[in-house]
Write a protein that binds this ligand. Structure first.
Ligand code: DAK
Length: 261
């Protein structure tokens, strides 16, 4: 029996596919699911056989339809705060995972679902996916990073429009405003996400990891400090066998064979 009640996991030749699996509740995130996510992120961090992670939702209708409203509705202030701290910690951990994480958004990405996909590195969405932050319809603010990651992705004005109105947008609009990075027909979503994963896996793994850190850290720094950080990261590459191999392969007009060392 799987050690996870609400997640499915498959390692497809180095691509770790995590599927949120509560289809009856449109994959809404209850506390148990968030705790399982916490656990699997730790496992993925340690598992060298997983090179790239894909997160998706089970079924055709929904990626994640938000936090579980049924479970959340009777929380008091302290319980709500603890729930927020738990989930924020998990989303931050996912964002900081030292491997690329692709969201394959197969349907509704609402509230905590949109916040989950925003905590991933790259977002590939089904043309049938729908996005929104409906929290203000429930009398709450987003609490899993939505008020912070959304403006960083789509700009302040567009973020406020989505947050204040709670309007749902379709995949084409999400792509237009930069909320997702790639679209695919619904039946080709996983193929598209895996193709992207394979391309990333063919590149220098340390360089990819350092790019992730440089973007994530730099975006929250002033430009001068961020460029300085980029210098440090760039210099570090020259301590790796991958840099030697990448440049040697170029000179020898062959494909590089990276070891991640
Ligand atoms: N939670 C629990 N159950 C949900 C759910 C959710 N978020 N979304 C859907 N379901 C359940 C429905 O209750 C229904 O269950 P049954 O009635 O069959 O038992 C089943 O999934 C199918 O849903 P529908 O019958 O509603 O399906 P429709 O096709 O008619 O509609 C829909 C699909 C996605 C438009 C609709 O289900 C919907 O509007 N869902 C709610 C979307 C939503 O408002 N999501 C945002 C949740 S709020 C914080 C903690 C958390 C948060 C913020 C702060 N802190 C502690 C700081 C985050 C909040 C949110 O994410």
């Amino acid at each position: 029996m799987s050690e996870y009640q609400n997640l499915l996991f498959e390692n497809d030749n180095g691509i770790g596919v995590v599927t949120i699996n509560r289809p009856k509740a449109l994959n809404a995130l209850n506390e148990a699911t968030v705790r399982e996510l916490d656990k699997i992120i730790d496992v993925l961090a340690q598992d060298d056989s997983v090179k790239v992670v894909i997160i998706t939702g089970s079924g055709e209708k929904s990626f994640v339809a938000g936090a579980d409203i049924v479970e959340m509705k009777d929380k008091d202030a302290m319980e709500g705060r603890e729930w927020g701290i738990l989930a924020q910690g998990v989303f931050n951990k996912l964002e900081g995972l030292a491997k690329p994480v692709i969201a394959a958004v197969n349907g509704y990405a609402l509230g905590g679902g949109n916040e989950l996909q925003m905590a991933c590195d790259i977002r590939v969405a089904s043309e049938k996916a729908k996005f929104g932050q409906p929290e203000v319809t429930l009398g709450i603010t987003p609490g899993f990073g939505g008020t912070q990651r959304l403006p960083r992705l789509v700009g302040k004005g567009m973020a406020k429009k989505l947050l204040f109105t709670a309007d749902m947008i379709d995949a084409a609009e999400a792509y237009r405003i930069g909320l997702v990075d790639q679209l695919a027909p619904a039946d080709q979503l996983m193929d598209a996400a895996k193709k992207l994963a394979k391309t990333i896996m063919s590149r220098g793994p340390i360089a990819v990891k350092l790019c992730k850190f440089a973007v994530n850290k730099g975006i929250n720094m002033d430009l001068e400090s961020a460029i300085q950080y980029e210098d440090e990261v760039w210099g570090l590459c020259f301590a790796t066998a991958d840099q030697k191999e990448g440049m040697k392969a170029f000179v020898e007009k062959r494909k590089a064979s990276f070891t991640g060392k």
